[in-house]
Design a protein around this ligand. Sequence first.
Ligand SMILES: Cc1cc2nc3c(=O)[nH]c(=O)nc-3n(C[C@H](O)[C@H](O)[C@H](O)COP(=O)(O)O)c2cc1C
Length: 307
Amino acid sequence: MANLEVDLGFLRLKNPVIAASGTFGYGDEVRDFVDPSILGGFVTKGLSIRPRKGNPPPRTCETPCGMLNSIGLENIGIDRFLEEKLPKISSLDTAIIVNIFGESIDEYREVAKRLRGVKEISAIEINISCPNVEKGGMIFGKDPYLSSKITEVVLNSSDKPVIVKLSPNVSDISAISKAVEKAGANAISLINTITGMAVDIETRRPVLGNIYGGLSGPAIKPIALYMTYSVVKSVSIPIIGGGGIMDYRDAMEFLIVGARAVQVGTANLIDPAICAEIIDGIRAYCEEKGIEDINEIIGSLKEERDG
Ligand SMILES: Cc1cc2nc3c(=O)[nH]c(=O)nc-3n(C[C@H](O)[C@H](O)[C@H](O)COP(=O)(O)O)c2cc1C
């Protein structure tokens, strides 16, 4: 059997497949469909200091080769997560990564503080990249200074490794990646959704209650892959790549360009057990090609053309 274990430096994953934030609940809701313990890890829905109701409906719609969402970071708040959800997931044999979000730098600090000493949590993922909320989110993620400031604040208020999740809605993602690396981020994940909208031509109204939202799914994969490739070249901390991964082939592309692990999002909404299939597919690919260790694949892109 090929070794699928990958090392992020601060965290070893039993395989490189992580379920992405917002598409896997708090890890408990999906258990009728998939055992989260088979995963390398999962990321919780984004959590804020206070519960949030999110945006007005409709909050999702299908688009060619993808979907738009404008959930607006609805969540139960960090305190209820710790009291009600954590006891239900703490025995899982997988990395639990908590995605956090704030409307101000102080709110990021407060959420990070709440996670201090919570031994079940392997890492914090900072969302500085949500495109469909008015305050916070992407406003921070577009600015290298604010991105690095939030990274620093979370690192200083927490005892956990910090993964910074980047926005694709920027002109130079490499500049942001360098800024958060300099601020001490332990790893980078990318990409969050790409801002988009849809209009109902009968009513001439925006389809989403929030007018615009975030595009995800296969439509964004080539963009996500190129951004992952660019960020891998720009920094030396581990990169977790994703955006539009639907099967093991997509996952392999991200690993080949140098992502140390991958995040699977929208695909979970179509089939909550898809990550199990992706892990099996990666293993079968390695075995078929005589690859003993997945780490031989990571960053193995052949950029020169033969002949
Ligand atoms: C319904 C939905 C909710 C999401 N909620 C969050 C969230 O709370 N925090 C976050 O950082 N990303 C969130 N995301 C973004 C995903 O984690 C992922 O980065 C993005 O969808 C791209 O990957 P995909 O094409 O595989 O879905 C959400 C995505 C979807 C579709």
